[in-house]
Design a protein around this ligand. Structure first.
Ligand code: ZN
Length: 183
């Protein structure tokens, strides 16, 4: 184990047609590739993190309450992983290399134990898939850059509801964060 795959927010609310804050088709077409990448990391005994947005109902103090409709509410269908990724997660969730964690801000590092989990395992290289490219993937990549990780973003594994934002973020990963955008 020397790499980690951070699987970010690929949930019904962010991807499914009936999701509360969905990327729609742009997100749905990632399903096969995210599954494939996740299986590759699992089979290679790398560390797999599911970093999943968590909100409580009627949380008036959360800054996103002013920005977005309610989404990824604890215990709801909307917060379950989308499609075949949910099935695969159920299959592998008890493995020691699989870690499901809640996050309440865009970045998977914001007030979570992700940093120490990675340090404990001596992991320097992290790979990102999920949604949205220009929100949670971007904020996670920025924190990873500041914390000294080598960052890889899988182009076929990220999407946004905002095409211009998606394209901006892909450039920003490479030109400003020194990340690698890979297939
Ligand atoms: Zn959120």
């Amino acid at each position: 184990m020397n790499k980690a795959l951070i699987n970010i927010d690929y949930t019904n609310d962010f991807v499914h047609d009936d999701g509360k804050l969905t990327c729609g088709e742009a997100g749905q077409v990632l399903e096969e590739d995210i599954l494939k990448i996740t299986k590759e990391f699992f089979d290679n005994e790398d560390y797999i993190v599911f970093a999943i947005d968590l909100h409580e109902e009627n949380d008036e103090f959360h800054p996103e309450s002013k920005l977005f409709p309610p989404h990824n509410i604890r215990g709801t269908w909307g917060r379950e992983l989308y499609g075949s990724l949910e099935d695969y997660y159920q299959e592998i969730k008890l493995n020691k290399n699989v870690y499901y964690m809640d996050k309440t801000r865009y970045s998977a590092f914001a007030v979570t134990d992700l940093y120490i989990k990675l340090r404990e395992r001596d992991i320097k290289e992290i790979h990102l898939v999920g949604v949205c490219t220009d929100i949670c993937i971007l904020h996670t990549a920025i924190d990873a850059y500041n914390l000294g990780f080598d960052v890889y973003v899988h182009e076929k594994g990220v999407a946004s509801f905002d095409k211009a934002g998606h394209e901006f973020a892909l450039k920003h990963f490479v030109n400003t964060l020194g990340a690698k955008v890979v297939d």
